[in-house]
Design a protein around this ligand. Structure first.
Ligand SMILES: CSCCC(=O)C(=O)COP(=O)(O)O
Ligand SMILES: [Mg+2]
Length: 244
């Protein structure tokens, strides 16, 4: 099925597997976080002080009491969450905090798909583009602030093109219909005028159930879809194919 969306006024984009390769997240972002984790926890005293102003302590308080008893127990818990790609709000907040240093010192630059960068710039001439990712809103902003330039050395800032950011704390988990209802209500748009793009079929299904238009994005390195899934939903391989 090709994808034509003449009435769409806003586009809501997933990140991993949609605007950037899964390998960037799995082979760069997550390893950077795990590498910095022991040092991040080493700066914290256990038991945690609930009155602390330390930004790391404030985030760590989001974990359940039985895993924040010591640096060792907490590190093992967090490592397990990352290994299993658990979309845990406290983990996502901590990852955003740790990635900030990597983006600031140039260790991390986000390699967005060239067609995604082009599309975001083109669409925003007359439409609004939003992000909805399991990564925290601060982590999303960092990523779009530090995008690898597509036709020259260095990096560029795509945040001026984006109208808003949503994550699991603002809107709910990505496989739930209610999350998409929350987002379109917040944007102030009818579902039929909003297009959600994601590599994850369960997210696309939830968005359609909420009344949005939605397409599955197929990019190199994404997880395979079944033939039935490919036949059941609109597919986008190149953002320039989309008729908006
Ligand atoms: C700033 S996104 C970092 C990647 C991440 O943590 C993640 O969970 C990606 O999930 P998505 O919903 O974008 O597939
Ligand atoms: Mg994704």
């Amino acid at each position: 099925m090709t994808a034509e969306y003449p009435n769409v006024t806003c586009i809501i984009l997933d990140i991993e597997g949609t605007v950037c390769p899964i390998s960037f997240v799995k082979n760069q972002l997550f390893p950077y976080f795990l590498q910095q984790l022991p040092e991040t926890l080493a700066g914290v005293s256990f038991p945690l002080n609930s009155a602390s102003d330390d930004p790391v302590v404030k985030i760590l308080y989001g974990f359940l009491a039985d895993v924040r008893v010591s640096s060792e127990v907490l590190e093992a818990h967090i490592t397990g969450l990352v290994s299993n790609d658990v979309k845990d709000a406290t983990l996502k907040s901590l990852q955003g905090y740790v990635w900030q240093t990597g983006y600031d010192n140039g260790s991390i630059i986000a390699p967005l798909f060239t067609d995604a960068v082009h599309a975001i710039k083109t669409w925003t001439a007359d439409k609004r583009v939003y992000i909805y990712s399991s990564g925290s809103v601060p982590a999303q902003k960092l990523l779009f602030l530090h995008v690898a330039a597509t036709n020259e050395e260095g990096q560029e800032d795509l945040t001026p093109y984006l109208s808003g950011y949503y994550d699991i704390t603002t809107s709910g988990h990505k496989q739930e219909k209610s999350s998409y209802e929350n987002i379109i209500k917040h944007i102030g748009v009818k579902g039929s005028n909003a297009l959600f793009l994601s590599d994850n079929v369960n997210e696309v299904r939830a968005a359609i159930a909420a009344g949005l238009r939605a397409s599955i994005v197929i990019k190199p390195g994404n997880y395979d879809l079944t033939e039935e899934e490919k036949a059941s939903y609109p597919i986008v391989r190149d953002f320039d194919e989309l008729k908006l």
